[in-house]
Design a protein around this ligand. Structure first.
Ligand code: TXA
Ligand code: MG
Length: 325
């Protein structure tokens, strides 16, 4: 925890005054506003360049506060909240009266989570209310995992940046829809499907990653400037060298199985063998290859189990079709 008590107090004051605070969480940095202040919430959309129909997550200080923000919590959702909060799990539930429609993109449901970061929890406690926060990046771009990433991404558009060091998880929270008959994973993330199923004692519905359609989710998202191309792990080196020969400035995500291989490319990132380390580093690697001037990134998908499911989801979306302008 790098932020001091005086920083926390200052950030809480900014929220009370209707301002925007970038805050660390265990997943990625968020761009936060007082969840009950529609004008402040609307500013989030302006700063991010995000369409106002895309719903936000309300961050709260503890599982015991859940019923202040939502209605009709099913027993299964309560079980998950008690087990995984604070932590990288977001629950979509029926909207309570305190949540303005500005925060939910007009929906009668709301996404809620308790972040597992001492600075975020200290801020929520000092502030006393809920904080709506999307990831603190411009719409469609790579999420920030350090305070410096936030400053590079948003600059003066944010009133205060709370520095809580690098994010420990590195990919966003797992989103579970608890509004229907059965629980469904809307976005894989920091809590694995296997962990959720172990607590629930039954399998969870996961729409195929490529087909996940949620308000606020687009094919191209989490995307660096460089184009991302996904190939089989054993083809990464050959494809990267071919593209480099053809004149691209190629960045390579070198799979751990090929660690130490010589690659004739512009920049090489050694993908960690541990999925936790890969998730923690993923967005930083994408940013690094952008900063080094790559125009093409060649990568492969990890095995889609555990945190590998979330990593593969983000890589697929980074490689997704870009909107044509
Ligand atoms: O780890 C995280 O979840 C980070 C940190 C800052 O907490 N936040 C984050 O927020 O990733 P954002 O806005 O980038 O993504 C939240 C996603 C939205 O894109 C949307 O797909 C989904 O949550 N969402 C929010 N409210 C929803 C709702 N009522 N129904 C369905 N999906 C919802
Ligand atoms: Mg985001």
């Amino acid at each position: 925890m790098t932020a001091r008590t005086s920083d926390i107090e200052k950030a809480a004051g900014v929220l009370r005054a209707g301002g925007l605070v970038a805050l660390p969480t265990e997943t990625v940095y968020g761009l936060g506003a007082n969840a009950e202040d529609p004008a402040a919430v609307s500013r989030i959309f302006q700063v991010k360049g995000r369409p106002p129909s895309h719903p936000l997550i309300v961050h709260i200080g503890g599982a015991e506060l859940l019923d202040d923000w939502v209605q009709d919590v099913p027993a299964t959702a309560r079980l998950l909240a008690e087990h995984f909060w604070p932590g990288p799990l977001t629950l979509v539930l029926r909207r309570g009266q305190r949540v303005p429609l500005e925060a939910t993109g007009g929906l009668e449901t709301v996404a809620v989570r308790v972040p597992d970061h001492p600075v975020a929890l200290a801020l929520l406690s000092a502030f006393g209310g809920g904080v709506t926060a999307p990831s603190a990046n411009r719409f469609g771009q790579v999420s920030p995992t350090t305070a410096d990433d936030v400053r590079a991404e948003l600059g003066d558009a944010v009133d205060f940046v709370l520095d809580g060091g690098p994010c420990a998880v590195g990919v966003e929270s797992t989103i579970v829809d608890a509004t229907g008959e059965t629980l469904t994973i809307l976005r894989p993330g920091g809590v694995t499907r296997e962990d959720l199923e172990a607590v629930l004692g039954c399998p969870l519905a996961v729409p195929a990653t490529s087909r996940v359609r949620v308000p606020g989710q687009h094919p191209s998202h989490y995307a660096p400037r460089a184009r991302v191309v996904l190939v089989e792990p054993e083809k990464v080196v050959a494809e990267a060298e071919l593209a480099q020969e053809l004149g691209h400035r190629v960045g390579v995500f070198l799979p751990a199985a090929f660690a130490g291989a010589e690659v004739k490319a512009h920049a090489v990132v050694a993908v960690p063998g541990s999925m936790a380390a890969y998730a923690r580093g993923l967005y930083g690697f994408l940013r690094e290859l952008d900063q080094r001037g790559c125009d093409l990134i060649v990568a492969s998908l990890p095995v889609e189990e555990g945190l590998g499911l979330a990593i593969a989801n983000r890589l697929r979306r980074a490689a997704g079709p870009r909107p044509t302008v």
